[in-house]
Design a protein around this ligand. Sequence first.
Ligand SMILES: CC(C)(COP(=O)(O)OP(=O)(O)OC[C@H]1O[C@@H](n2cnc3c(N)ncnc32)[C@H](O)[C@@H]1OP(=O)(O)O)[C@@H](O)C(=O)NCCC(=O)NCCS
Length: 170
Amino acid sequence: MEATHLIRTARPEDSARIAVLGANVWVHTYAAAGVSEVIAQYVLATFTPEKIQTLVNDLGAVVLVAEAEGNLAGYIVMRFDSYHTDVPIEIETLYIHASFSGRGIGSALLAHARGIAEARTGNRAIWLIVNSQNEKAISFYRSRGLTQEGVAYFALGGIKHENKVMVARD
Ligand SMILES: CC(C)(COP(=O)(O)OP(=O)(O)OC[C@H]1O[C@@H](n2cnc3c(N)ncnc32)[C@H](O)[C@@H]1OP(=O)(O)O)[C@@H](O)C(=O)NCCC(=O)NCCS
C-alpha cells in the first residue's frame, strides 16, 4: 500500500521526534538479543534531542524527514565532504519506523537525498556503511543500485562489528 507521506528538511523543533524514532529503530534493528547495558548507554548518549538539534543546524549535513499525517515516519542524514574514495557525500543514517516499512518511504528519502547530491556536486553519487548482518538493509540498498566497496568496522563495548561500505556512483 502506498503511504501518503511528505518529505521536507528537518527543523530544530523536530529534534525530539527524530531522537525518539532514531532510538526506537536502532534498538529494533540491532538489539535482537535484548538491551544490554552497553546498548542502553550507547542509545541514550547518541539519540538525544540536543545532539539531533546540533545535527539539524550543522551546515555540513542535511537532515530530511518523512511525515505521515503530521507524524514522523522516518529520516535520512546526509553528510557533505565525507569522502569514500572520490565520492564526497555519505548517507549517515536512513531510519524508517517499522510501522511504515515496505511502503516506499525509504526509497523516497534516498531518491530525495540523491537529488540534493546532484544539485550540490553535479552527480548523484553517495556512499554509506551498513552492518554486515543487516540483510534487509543490504538487499534494499543493492536493489537501489549500491554495490559493496570494502568493509569498515564499528566498535561498541570493545567489540568490533563488520560493516559493508556501499556506493552508488551514477
Ligand atoms: C532498510 C530501510 C531503510 C528500508 O526502508 P523502507 O521504507 O522499508 O523501504 P521501501 O519501502 O522504500 O522499499 C523496501 C521494499 O518495499 C517495497 N516497496 C517499495 N515501495 C512500496 C510501496 N509503495 N508499497 C509496497 N511496497 C513497496 C519494495 O519492493 C522494496 O523491496 P526491495 O527492496 O526488495 O525492492 C528500512 O527498513 C529501515 O529503516 N530499516 C531499519 C534501519 C536500517 O536498517 N537502516 C539502514 C541502516 S544503514
